[in-house]
Design a protein around this ligand. Structure first.
Ligand SMILES: [Mn+2]
Length: 357
């Protein structure tokens, strides 16, 4: 029997009936399991972000340091500036090229990081399911399923890289060696909006300081990740801002991008990361929504919300996204709606009253 956590919406696609997503082994046990493995395949959620890649890469380099062979398999599109963080001696493979391992290259252990949700592991799930007992998980999300037979889930962590650090410490990995600190910092920085989000508490700043003392060049990393945009991205930002409208008496900002916008600017969906945050700069806005037309009759919605301030409560976008079969965190979530752009906006507006109190 599970007890839903506060704010959990029944029927969320990341949930499994009768299953509670939480740690079921200690950090020390997980570290010992990893350290004793002969080979580890590391993977993460599709369309990896900075935290997904950072956690994968830091674990890969940490395992190399203690003499455990591992490789990373990434599925779905990946921002080229993120991929540029990897080095030639990192074994990073794309699922679209390598597929699942051959029988001769069967890993002893599989590490799934920054997710525990089957729906975020679509390409690998049929291969992963019979191997659940050999899958370990490291995550910081409140929701997830039975992907990893042994897992550490720390929802107090702002990033999966933050959850990974105690595991690396227990493995005896020196964060100052072998390029381990930079991907850890990458995940911590990108999942906290470069230390601006409410998830960036004292522990996050302490870890950031430790990682900088371990060799991270944050200015170089910032320039490589955040100041590396294309003119096409800026053409899309211009269109997104032009489309800006408001719902809920100005509390919710909505931007819309159509397939024509993509065609005319040459921008890609993965090139839009972070645009949804821009309207949060408006004082009256408590939540921002970016609607992108992925196909005719299919709209992708990204949701962001601010922490409580000025006597105004939080708009829980995790719950809002869950109304449409999506999810994420209280302040950042996503959903896919089988509706065209105007219908998607209307459907979201209809759900808003319950979230604005
Ligand atoms: Mn994350």
């Amino acid at each position: 029997m599970t007890t839903p956590r506060d704010g959990q919406h029944p029927g969320h696609p990341w949930d499994e009936p009768g299953f509670t997503y939480e740690s079921n082994v200690s950090v020390a046990d997980l570290a010992a399991t990893l350290g004793a493995a002969s080979s580890v395949l590391i993977t993460t959620h599709e369309k990896p972000d900075g935290d997904a890649l950072g956690t994968s890469l830091a674990l890969h380099r940490g395992l190399r340091q203690i003499g455990v062979r591992s490789w990373i398999v990434l599925a779905g599109p990946l921002d080229s500036s993120l991929l540029a963080i990897t080095e030639d001696d990192d074994d990073v493979r794309r699922f679209e090229q390598c597929g699942t391992p051959d029988e001769g290259d069967e890993p002893e252990l599989v590490a799934v990081v920054d997710t525990g949700a089957w729906t975020q592991l679509d390409s690998m799930k049929d291969w992963l399911r019979p191997r659940v007992d050999r899958v370990i998980g490291i995550d910081h999300h409140a929701r997830g399923g039975s992907v990893a037979g042994r897992r550490v889930v720390d929802t107090d962590c702002a990033s999966a890289t933050q959850a990974l650090v105690p595991v690396l410490d227990a493995m005896g990995v020196d964060l100052a060696q072998g390029g381990v600190s930079t991907p850890l910092f990458l995940g911590l920085a990108t999942d906290t909006g470069w230390f601006r989000f409410s998830s960036a508490g004292p522990a996050v700043y302490r870890l950031a300081a430790r990682l900088m003392e371990s060799g991270v060049d944050k200015d170089d990393l910032y320039a490589r990740i955040e100041q590396n945009a294309t003119p096409a991205r800026f053409a899309m930002i211009a269109r997104a801002l032009t489309s800006l409208s408001f719902m809920g008496n100005g509390a919710v900002a909505v931007m819309r991008l159509s397939m024509e916008d993509f065609a005319e600017t040459g921008a890609s969906l993965e090139g839009l990361a972070g645009i949804v945050n821009t309207p949060l700069e408006i004082g009256s806005v408590r939540a921002s929504i970016l609607l992108t037309e992925a196909a005719k009759g299919l709209t992708k919605a990204s949701f962001r919300s601010k922490p409580a301030s000025g006597g105004l409560g939080i708009i829980d976008v995790n719950e809002l996204a869950a109304r449409f079969g999506g999810g994420g965190h209280v302040h950042a979530a996503g959903a896919r709606l089988q509706l065209d752009l105007p219908e998607a906006a209307e459907a979201i507006e209809a759900e808003l009253p319950g979230f604005l109190s």
